[in-house]
Design a binder for this molecule. Structure first.
Ligand SMILES: [Zn+2]
Length: 156
């Protein structure tokens, strides 16, 4: 699947997440962060090659990384850099294109967002420190959109 296909898939998925957020009466900031998470993670797996997706994801991450650095959230910064570096050390359509990576990466992302306390993070299910919440669901759905679109193309 090309960048345009993934981008359109990401836009559609984030609109669905946005509607879900309105339906569940989340605040506007929460809905915004959920939608951005869905969109970014619909492109994220293709950061494992030089692609338009990787340019866009890395460009959008710059102000966020800067924000974490300036505010001295060093642990979260490390986690965020870990998310950003992972595709660089995995081969194309390798680790980043797996369901395992989807769970780990979106869990890390929801950990970062919930630690910043910038929006409502509502736990849906949890075992000890592993928690599935609205941010993780939003990111996973974006991520899954990417995997499904790639998989469909592979079948053809
Ligand atoms: Zn891909």
């Amino acid at each position: 699947m090309t960048f345009v296909g993934h981008r359109n898939g990401g836009i559609i998925a984030s609109l669905i997440i946005g509607l879900g957020g309105v339906f569940l009466q989340f605040s506007m900031i929460t809905i915004g962060i959920m939608m951005i998470s869905t969109f970014i993670f619909s492109l994220y797996p293709d950061c494992d090659i030089k692609s338009k997706s990787s340019k866009l994801v890395y460009l959008l991450s710059v102000p966020f990384v800067y924000y974490l650095f300036v505010n001295q959230y060093l642990f979260l910064l490390g986690m965020c850099l870990g998310i950003l570096i992972t595709p660089q050390i995995s081969k194309h359509r390798g680790f980043t294109h797996s369901l395992f990576s989807m769970v780990i990466i979106s869990w890390c992302w929801s950990f970062i967002i919930s630690s910043l306390k910038i929006c409502d993070v509502q736990s849906i299910f949890s075992i000890d420190s592993f928690r599935i919440d609205n941010i993780m669901i939003a990111s996973s759905i974006g991520y899954l959109t990417h995997l499904i679109l790639d998989w469909r193309i592979k079948l053809i």
